[in-house]
Design a protein around this ligand. Structure first.
Ligand code: WQD
Length: 339
């Protein structure tokens, strides 16, 4: 009988979820994963086991199914929940807003309802810097105004945080919302990483697939932005540093046992990098040349976003150490291992 605390990771076979599952196990937690496999692969479960030596318990459940979610929480005594499960493609959300609201918001509501019914208190929400839209000043801290969402995806993150505020107040729960900037890279073992389905929306998987010859060239969306080289600026945070922040946040919730508290933390490096700087870093660290073209801006893109991460450092003791170069090296190692 182990006395490890049991943590539910929804979306735990996905990109950030799988890296967080590894970090949780390495920190001594027992991990249970729920995933509906709509945007992830089952082999990731074995890869987690290969890295840590422990295969997480896995349930294939669609969180939109209220009955199945309730039954899971009734049958499992969970000490904390980290909720990643959501659709996350900005462009797709514009085409399919109802699918995004149904999946992201109904899924969240079913988990919260089940937690309330079964007396679970600790919840971590996977949020995004996209809630800030184009912030007025850099770096962006947690008090930056929440602007009108530019996409249904972003709206589901804003609405999720608003729902959580009510959940915390009404039922004396304890919540942390983590607002990621741009997650990149892969686990040093190259056994887990980003697995985009179809044509990648995000920059780095498109870069690695171009380098692998899967894509003919990378389109750099816009080089007429008011930035140092004309291309847009983002804060690229290494996925394992992000996973570490989740472990620290969860430990804070469980150890502090605060009631009726919702905290928000920006998770970024605090460093802005342009698209061309990412491309150059990838080329340099991996010793190869990337085929790219400068094309028009992508609709809905913001010019610049990078984090003020001092609150997470102060309250979570979290310090992202990994450089953009190292993130690009791990991303390429992972891509090379894919069939
Ligand atoms: C980064 C930069 C593009 C692709 C979104 C969501 C955020 C999070 C990450 C889920 C931009 C440029 C991209 C390409 C390019 N979502 N780019 N060519 O849009 O900052 O953030 O994804 O976790 O919540 O808002 O990320 O990687 O799509 O773009 O030039 O083929 O790279 O224009 O400047 P984004 P991204």
């Amino acid at each position: 009988m182990n006395n490890k605390q049991k943590i539910l990771v929804t979306g735990g076979l996905g990109y950030i979820g799988s890296h967080t599952a590894v970090a949780l196990q390495e920190a001594g937690y027992e991990v249970i994963i729920i995933d509906d496999l709509s945007n992830s692969e089952l082999f990731v479960l074995d890869r987690i086991a290969e890295i840590t030596g422990i295969k997480p318990e896995f349930h294939q459940i669609d969180l939109k199914n209220e009955e199945l979610v309730n039954e899971f929480f009734r049958l499992n005594s969970i000490d904390g929940v980290i909720h990643f499960a959501a659709h996350k493609a900005v462009g797709e959300s514009v085409q399919k807003p109802l699918m995004y609201h149904k999946n992201n918001t109904l899924g969240l509501l079913n988990v919260l309802e089940a937690m309330k019914e079964n007396g679970q208190d600790h919840f971590i929400f996977s949020s995004s810097c996209t809630v800030y839209g184009q912030a007025d000043q850099m770096p962006i801290d947690e008090n930056a105004p929440i602007k009108k969402a530019e996409s249904p995806y972003a709206k589901t993150k804003q609405m999720g945080e608003e729902i959580l505020e009510d959940f915390v107040a009404a039922f004396e729960k304890n919540v942390i919302s983590l607002r990621y900037f741009n997650p990149v890279g892969a686990h040093p073992s190259a056994l887990i990483g980003e697995l985009p389905k179809g044509v990648p929306n995000n920059l780095v998987p498109f870069v690695t697939q171009t380098a692998a010859g899967i894509r003919e060239y990378l389109s750099v969306f816009g080089n007429d932005y008011p930035t140092r080289d004309g291309t847009a600026i983002r804060d690229y945070i290494y996925v394992c540093d992000l996973a570490d922040a989740h472990v620290r946040a969860l430990t804070r919730l469980i150890e502090k046992k605060n009631k009726s508290l919702m905290e928000v933390f920006n998770l970024g490096t605090g460093i802005g990098s342009t698209v061309l700087e990412v491309v150059k870093a990838f080329e340099k660290i991996n010793g190869l040349e990337l085929n790219y073209k400068l094309v028009d801006r992508r609709a809905g893109d913001i010019i610049e976003a990078f984090a003020d991460n001092t609150l997470a450092e102060k309250e979570l003791g979290w310090k992202p150490e990994t450089s953009l170069d190292e993130s690009m090296r791990t991303a390429w190692e992972w891509q090379k291992g894919l069939k």
